[in-house]
Design a protein around this ligand. Structure first.
Ligand code: PLP
Length: 344
């Protein structure tokens, strides 16, 4: 079996999770009859101090439903240049909701409230696009699993309130942020009008995200979910996997973070320009190959030939992501493969 560090989405449900899925009471969710998905939506909403939640098959859909609730067609969402909403959702905000985006760059994706607030232009009148919301990604995926400082989130909320702007949290990996920072889910929750969380990343459920907000916004988002073709039936099967993940797989993320750090330290010992281990706060190790005579695709191929799968996300940017199907023995093996591939 190859060691697969392309993403934390590659995990397979454990026997115990499959058992929980098999036992789940279910019903037709389009009639709101599925007790397991209903309890999941209530549970995740309560965790973040929100009124309600709606289950979605993907994090992209959860993000898209959320920003649709905040930003009208022809209005603007501000986000970081390398955020998932801007780069990895295939223009969905424009295609489905008529939302334009304007972006600001941030080193390692790390939020500085002032960067977002500076370019915000609410109530721009009949000539320029009006900003209505700002999105924050925590942890920041393409930034290298960066945890957003709670002080900057608080400052952003204050500035957004002064300008009358809404805030969305793309919390696909908010679980990792919580474990790394110790900041509670309700603390993260209180700063945002809408939140999306993924159950199929580090938590290891096979499918699923939840969009959280007020009862009113979630009721509207449910209509749009059906309109987009994602009204689902006996999805208690999926929700049961998510319940199991919430019960068992949050605290163990600390292990993923420890292994990511070990990999980063080992790689930095080959060449310190590849990565600064102090920037590896969670489960993502992003390698900057700018100072190396090798492309990310070449590195990925060398690793693949040796039994390690990693992602080449840019010409000179490679990414490794640790997860619950990756143990200490595999970590040592991955480090040996990477060291050889980098000096070859
Ligand atoms: C994975 C991810 C999502 C959602 O992705 P899907 O593949 O649509 O589930 C959203 N935001 C971030 C930051 C992600 O990493």
């Amino acid at each position: 079996m190859p060691i697969d560090l392309r993403s934390d989405t590659v995990t397979r449900p454990s026997a115990a999770m499959r058992e929980a899925i098999a036992q789940a009471p279910v019903g037709d969710d389009v009639y709101s009859d599925d007790p397991t998905v209903n309890s999941l939506e209530e549970r995740v909403a309560a965790m973040f101090g929100k009124e309600a939640g709606v289950f979605t098959p993907t994090g992209s859909l959860a993000n898209q439903l959320a920003i649709r609730m905040l930003v009208a067609p022809g209005e603007e969402l501000i986000a970081e240049t390398n955020s998932h909403i801007v780069r990895a959702e295939l223009g969905a905000a424009a295609v489905f909701s008529g939302i334009t985006t304007r972006t600001f760059p941030a080193k390692n994706g790390q939020l500085k409230a002032v960067d977002a607030l500076e370019i915000a232009r609410p109530n721009s009148g009949p000539y320029l696009v009006s900003t209505t919301a700002i999105a924050v990604e925590n942890t920041h995926n393409f930034g290298g699993g960066t945890v957003q400082p709670i002080s900057e989130i608080a400052a952003l909320r204050k500035g957004a309130d002064d300008l009358g702007l809404a805030l969305h949290l793309d919390g696909a990996r908010i679980w990792n942020a919580h474990v790394a920072s110790g900041v509670s889910f309700t603390e993260y929750g209180k700063y945002f009008d809408t939140i999306s969380v993924c159950l199929s990343k580090g938590l290891g459920a096979p499918v699923g995200s939840v969009m959280l907000s007020t009862k009113d916004r979630v009721a509207k988002a449910r209509v749009w979910r059906k309109r987009y073709g994602a009204g689902m039936r006996q999805i208690g099967l999926l929700a049961a996997g998510a319940h199991y993940a919430l019960d068992n797989n949050i605290d163990r993320l600390a292990e993923d973070h420890r292994r990511a750090k070990e990999i980063a330290v080992a790689i930095a010992s080959v060449n310190s320009s590849l990565i600064d281990p102090s920037t590896v706060e969670t489960n993502i190790v992003g390698l900057d190959l700018a100072g190396m005579p090798i492309t990310a695709a070449e590195l990925a191929q060398r690793c693949r030939d040796a039994g390690l799968w990693i992602s080449a996300l840019g010409p000179k940017y490679a990414r490794l992501v640790t997860h619950l199907d990756f143990d200490d023995a595999q970590c040592q093996e991955a480090i040996e493969i990477l060291k050889k591939a980098l000096v070859a």
